[in-house]
Design a protein around this ligand. Structure first.
Ligand code: ADP
Length: 356
């Protein structure tokens, strides 16, 4: 995955409110002053740099340019994901629904002991749907989705990391309900190492401070979701902040079958249910991302035999994807997750994971 998700960001600040539609109006500061949605302004698109404009009270004192960068580059306006788009993971979906989505939609019902946790950790091998779940939570709870990877905090936002974290949380609170999704959260909240530099230490401290303060702001819920393939690297302080820790495992056989069927929806194919079930069986150990590679490889099969002539073909003449194409693909594509990795996830889950 690219560290920064820029998809759909071309509309600048105005578009970034898409996910909030139907949620009582826009809250991007720009959209409150009638400059929003001028359309296609591009990144930083002209409509956001009006220095004369006052920031709303909640954001005053913060760096205006940084706020704009956050609205343009970190607010994710890409394709919206629903729970139906996520195959398998029934347990995770159920838990997340009860634990965070319902409380975010109806904070008035979920108070006190029932209140939404501030921090949710999704851990498990790569390519199992952690990011998809983050997106689906934002969509289903009609929240603004902020998405950033830890590594970009220290690379892309170099020198601004600490300030960015502070500003990010302020904007998230202003645009609440919000979901702040931090990919590779382990690399930001890692146990202290001898070579840890001052900048990373400060980012980490700021993040923990903000995480403590997040939650039920005046404007509503801010949920922080951390995703990691290496939960063992989180230090105690960070681990404690993520009250709920949810294991996102590799798909089981039913999950794999659903995933393959989902992926095949957009193409013609001749696979029977029995063949689908057989493929699901033979792809044990594959992650969702691996299965996508497998299906892509299989989908190339019908074109490959035409070689260079494929570019001249009429689309109607392309043969459907066959079981044989999949058998061939299975010889090319291997699972990406090592058994030893799985074992360490299961162990960590047994020690720290939230079962409900
Ligand atoms: P990660 O767990 O590393 O965050 P992602 O959520 O980014 O993984 O998933 C990577 C890709 O793999 C997705 O874009 C999707 O195509 C596919 N994928 C993984 N798990 C699932 C799933 N449970 N349902 C549907 N697609 C999945």
């Amino acid at each position: 995955q690219p560290p920064m998700k820029r998809d759909g960001g071309g509309g600048g600040i105005g578009n970034s409110c898409g996910q909030n539609s139907g949620n009582g109006g826009h809250k991007s500061y720009n959209s409150t002053n009638r400059h929003a949605s001028s359309g296609g302004g591009g990144s930083g698109g002209g409509n956001v740099n009006n220095v004369d404009e006052e920031l709303p009270e909640e954001l005053r004192g913060l760096d205006k340019e940084l706020i704009e960068k956050i609205n343009n580059e970190i607010v994710d306006t890409g394709e919206q994901v629903t729970f139906d788009d996520i195959a398998g993971l029934k347990h995770a979906k159920q838990t997340v629904n009860e634990l965070v989505i319902m409380p975010m939609i109806r904070p008035d019902l979920f108070t006190g002991l029932r209140a939404c946790p501030k921090g949710l950790l999704l851990f498990g091998p790569p390519g199992t749907g952690k990011t998809l779940i983050g997106k689906a939570i934002a969509h289903e709870s009609r929240a603004t989705f902020f998405s950033i990877s830890s590594s970009s905090l220290t690379s892309k936002w170099i020198g601004e990391g600490e300030k960015l974290v502070r500003t990010l949380f302020a904007v998230a609170s202003y645009r609440a309900p919000s979901v702040v999704f931090i990919d590779e959260v382990d690399s930001m909240l890692t146990q202290r190492k001898a070579d840890e530099n001052e900048a990373s230490r400060r980012i980490k401290t700021e993040f923990l401070v903000q995480l403590d303060g997040a939650g039920n702001g005046r404007k509503g819920q801010v949920l922080v979701i951390g995703a990691t393939n290496r939960p063992q690297e989180l230090d105690d302080a960070a681990r404690r902040r993520f009250v709920k820790k949810l294991y996102i495992p590799l798909p089981d056989q039913d999950g794999r079958e659903a995933l393959i069927a989902n992926l095949l929806k957009k193409n013609d194919h001749t696979l029977t249910d029995a063949q689908l079930a057989q493929l699901a069986k033979d792809s044990e150990g594959f992650s969702g991302a691996d299965l996508k590679i497998l299906c892509t490889e299989a989908a190339m099969g019908p074109l490959r035999k035409f070689g260079a002539k494929a570019v001249e073909m009429n689309s109607k003449d392309v043969p459907p994807i066959s079981y044989k194409n999949f058998r061939q693909a299975l010889r090319q594509v291997n699972p990406s997750v090592a058994q030893s990795d799985l074992a360490s996830h299961i162990e960590w889950n047994n020690t720290y994971g939230s079962m409900v």
